[in-house]
Design a protein around this ligand. Structure first.
Ligand code: NGQ
Ligand code: ZN
Length: 467
C-alpha cells in the first residue's frame, strides 16, 4: 500500500456524520476495521493521518452486474427504427454468452478498482451468469461466483454477493430462451450454490444473499421455495429483485395476474427491510405508499435507467411515505457515486420543473441529504455495517481533494455540492478507506495499472471473439 494508515485513525476538519456536518472529527477503528470512536471537536493527535479534504462516508453500490462494464459504451448506436431496453438486452446477452471465467474476473477487478476510485466502498453484485457457454454447469458450480469474489477481494471493496435465480423468459412460466442458457438454475441447484458459497463468503467478510431476478424470470412457486430455502440457510440474508423497470413489464404482469408487479410482490411475499426493490420505476400511488411502508429499499440506478430509457422514479412520493433508497451503477454506463446522485436529482428537476427536490426540512443541502440517505439505504440493502461514521460501522471513508479546483476553499457542505454537481469527468476524490485500509491514495488505487491492463486485455479478446 502506498500510504499505510497510521494508528487506525483519521482526523478531518470537516466530516459528514449521520446527523450532519461536524468539525474536527477524529475517527478511530479497531484492527478489524470497525469504528470504535467518532469524536467531533477534537485536536488532531500527533501521528494520526489528517484527511486531505472533507470526509464523506463511503457509498455502498447497491446494484451491479460486473460483466456489463465490458459492453458499456458499445450500444450507443441506432440499430433499428426504435431501439429500446429490449434491443439493448439482446446485445448484452450476446456479450454475456462469450465470457470465460478469467475474462469475467478481469472485468470485475477492473470495475471494482474504478468503483473505489469513484467513491464506492462496497458493492452488491447481482450475479447471474452461472454456467459455461453451452449452458452446462462448470465442474465447480461456483466457478463464476468465485471469480467475482476474487475480484472484490483483490480490489479491496466490500461485497454482498447475490446469486441470481433465473428460470423463465416471461410471466406465466414462459420457457427460457436459448440466449439465457448461462443463467438458468433449478431452485435446488440455487440453494446448493448458496450452501457452497456460505463459508467462502464468511471467510472473506462478504455477505451472501439471494436475488430472484424478476417476476418475469421466477414464477410464484419457485419464488416461494427459494425464499423458504434461503431462510433456512440465513433468515437475515438480503433479497434483491428487479421490479417494474419497464412499462412493458408492468403491462405483461397485469395481463398475467391482474396486478402490477410491485402490488403483486407485496401480496405474495413477505416484503420487509431485507428486500431491495431494484428500479421500482413504475408504481401507482398505492404501490409507492405500501412499498415504502414495507421498509424495503428502493434500488435506484439513475444513469442506467436513463441510458436504457426506463422512466423516472417519483422520489417525492416515496419520500412522503418514508421510503428508504440507495443507488447502484447496474450496467456501469457510469461508474461514479456522485454522478448517480446528480442524475437522480436532475431527473426529479426535469420531471417536476423545480430545483433542489431531494432535500428535507432538516437537511436543505441537496448533496448532503442525498449522500446521507443513499449511504443508509445502501447499507441496508448490502446488509453490512456500512452506514457511515458511527461506532460499530465499518471505517469506510472517502476523502475529497481540497486542492481540486471545484472544491478548493469550500466548506464541507459546499464542497460536497461541488463534488456532486460540478466536478464531473474529473476526479475530486483524494483517498478512499475500506474497513480502515487505504485503497485509494492521491486519486489512484494501488493496483490501478494492473486493473486497467487486465480489463483492456479481456475486452480486446471479447471484441475480437477470441478465447
Ligand atoms: C439484467 N438489466 O439483469 O442485467 C437486466 C437486463 C432483464 C436491467 N434490468 C435483463 N437493467 O431485465 O431481463
Ligand atoms: Zn440489474
Amino acid at each position: 500500500m502506498t500510504a499505510p494508515s497510521r494508528n487506525h485513525a483519521l482526523f478531518s476538519a470537516d466530516a459528514l456524520l449521520p446527523a450532519g456536518w461536524a468539525r474536527n472529527v477524529l475517527l478511530r477503528w479497531s484492527g478489524d476495521g470497525t469504528l470504535v470512536e467518532v469524536l467531533p471537536d477534537q485536536r488532531a493527535p500527533a501521528g494520526v493521518d489528517v484527511a486531505a479534504g472533507p470526509l464523506l462516508p463511503g457509498m455502498p453500490n447497491l446494484h451491479s452486474h460486473a460483466f456489463q462494464r465490458g459492453i458499456a459504451g458499445l450500444t450507443e448506436f441506432r440499430a433499428r427504427d426504435q431501439d429500446s431496453f429490449w434491443s439493448w438486452r439482446a446485445l448484452m446477452y450476446r456479450f454475456a454468452l462469450q465470457l470465460d471465467p478469467a475474462q469475467l474476473e478481469a472485468i470485475a477487478f477492473g470495475l471494482y478498482v474504478e468503483m473505489l476510485e469513484a467513491g464506492y466502498t462496497s458493492v452488491c453484485e447481482f450475479h447471474y451468469v452461472h454456467h459455461d457457454r453451452d449452458g452446462r454447469a462448470y465442474a465447480d458450480d461456483a466457478e463464476l461466483a468465485l471469480a467475482v469474489m476474487r475480484a472484490a477481494r483483490r480490489a479491496g471493496i466490500g461485497l454482498t454477493l447475490l446469486p441470481v435465480l433465473y428460470q423463465t423468459s416471461g410471466f406465466g412460466g414462459k420457457p427460457p430462451s436459448e440466449d439465457q442458457r448461462r443463467f438458468i438454475r433449478t431452485t435446488d441447484s440455487m440453494l446448493a450454490l448458496l450452501e457452497r458459497l456460505k463459508p467462502q463468503c464468511e471467510a472473506q467478510g462478504a455477505r451472501l444473499g439471494l436475488a430472484p431476478h424478476s417476476l418475469r424470470a421466477v414464477p410464484p412457486d419457485p419464488l416461494r421455495d427459494a425464499l423458504a430455502g434461503l431462510d433456512a440457510i440465513d433468515a437475515t440474508a438480503p433479497i434483491h429483485i428487479h421490479i417494474a423497470e419497464q412499462t412493458q413489464e408492468v403491462d405483461d404482469c397485469v395481463a398475467w395476474s391482474g396486478q402490477r408487479p410491485v402490488a403483486w410482490l407485496l401480496d405474495h411475499a413477505r416484503i420487509d427491510a431485507r428486500w431491495c426493490l431494484v428500479h421500482a420505476t413504475h408504481m401507482d400511488a398505492d404501490e409507492y405508499r405500501l412499498g415504502a411502508a414495507s421498509r424495503a429499499v428502493a434500488g435506484l440506478c439513475p444513469t442506467t435507467e436513463a441510458n436504457l430509457g426506463d422512466g423516472i422514479f417519483d422520489w417525492s412520493r416515496w419520500q412522503a411515505a418514508g421510503g428508504a433508497w440507495g443507488v447502484g451503477s447496474d450496467s456501469h454506463i457510469g461508474v461514479n457515486a456522485a454522478e448517480e446522485l446528480m442524475m437522480l436529482e436532475y431527473g426529479q428537476r426535469l420531471s417536476t420543473r423545480r430545483r433542489n427536490v431531494i432535500a428535507t426540512p432538516w437537511q436543505p443541502q441537496v448533496a448532503t441529504a442525498m449522500t446521507l440517505a443513499a449511504v443508509q439505504g445502501g447499507a441496508q440493502a448490502a446488509s453490512r455495517p456500512v452506514a457511515g461514521f458511527a461506532v460499530g460501522q465499518r471505517a469506510d471513508a472517502v476523502v475529497l481533494d481540497a486542492s481540486h479546483p471545484a472544491i478548493a476553499g469550500l466548506s464541507g457542505p459546499d464542497a460536497l455540492s461541488a463534488h456532486v454537481f460540478a466536478s464531473h469527468r474529473t476526479n475530486a476524490i483524494h483517498s478512499v478507506y475500506v474497513g480502515g485500509q487505504v485503497r485509494v491514495h492521491a486519486t489512484a488505487h494501488a493496483e490501478r495499472h494492473a486493473a486497467r491492463e487486465g480489463f483492456r486485455q479481456a475486452r480486446r479478446q471479447l471484441l475480437n471473439g477470441a478465447p
